[in-house]
Design a protein around this ligand. Sequence first.
Ligand code: UDP
Ligand code: MG
Length: 312
Amino acid sequence: MISVVLPAYNEESNIEPAIREISAVMEGCNEDYELVFISDGSSDSTYSVIKEASAKDPHVKGAEFSRNFGKEAAIFAGLSLASGDAVIVMDCDLQHPVSVIPEMISKWKNGAEVVEGIKNSRGRESIFHKMSAGLFYGIMSALIKIDMNSSSDFKLLDRKAVDALLSLPESNTFFRALTFWIGFKSDKVFYDVEERRSGKSKWSTKGLVNYAIKNATSFSTLPLKLITGMGWIFIVFAIILGIQTLVRFFMGNSADGFTTVILLLLIIGGLMMLSMGIAGHYIARIYEEVKGRPRFIIRDTVGGLFDDTKGF
Ligand code: UDP
Ligand code: MG
């Protein structure tokens, strides 16, 4: 049996088309399937649409969060509620084309335990969005040594990979990169990002910046090492400059003026604050982890999903 996990935040108009198109593909593949919608604290009628669909079609299942916990949480809730031998994660705005599902399934049947959906093109996005995404994924790719710019949340995971992901204890997850981190035999399918069926993208620029910072700091300690590196460079610089200043002082012609002092103060002050900010982000991550709160809280489920799942 194959589960399809669909995070949905205010997607009332996309639920029905998603059910129709995915069901058609699954029937076409002759696979038993379930569609697990996770309504991420939607404020529109997303969850009631899911409930109505579930009453008509036993393949449709759903859960609703008590509030908006974010797409990562919705994906992990879906993974923990899904009972398939393989789980496909995809957006319910149908930007991830259903037409590549059969290829994903056949790669899984040929032994791949993780099938990554790789974007041929990023679809229509603003230049600013493309550039910032390029920068963020460029850095992330360097950190984890995998090309992240074209990777996406569109994946098929074998049960083994799903269980491995669910066994990770951290509450700050980064699904897109963790599927590489857990290892397993992986394969790729390529797709073109489609136009959003209806409604608007849920990402704001602020949201994207936060997402980038959160993921970079929860996935890598490189920024901390960079601070140390910067410190060393400055110490070497300080020793050279210190010797030069002292020599000039004893020779009777000390460095003149406030300009040097002001410049040094500004540069060092700026770098110190930046470093403290970076370290602060790590402390924030630790603080969040230490609290040990669940990744999400489920308010209600429909279609026979366990309702004692209160988050992991
Ligand atoms: N989503 C979610 N919770 C959120 C934001 C988004 O579950 O807080 C879902 C959304 O319903 C969609 C998917 O994540 O199915 C991708 O979101 P969106 O289409 O807004 O992002 P984009 O495709 O523009 O990157
Ligand atoms: Mg989308």
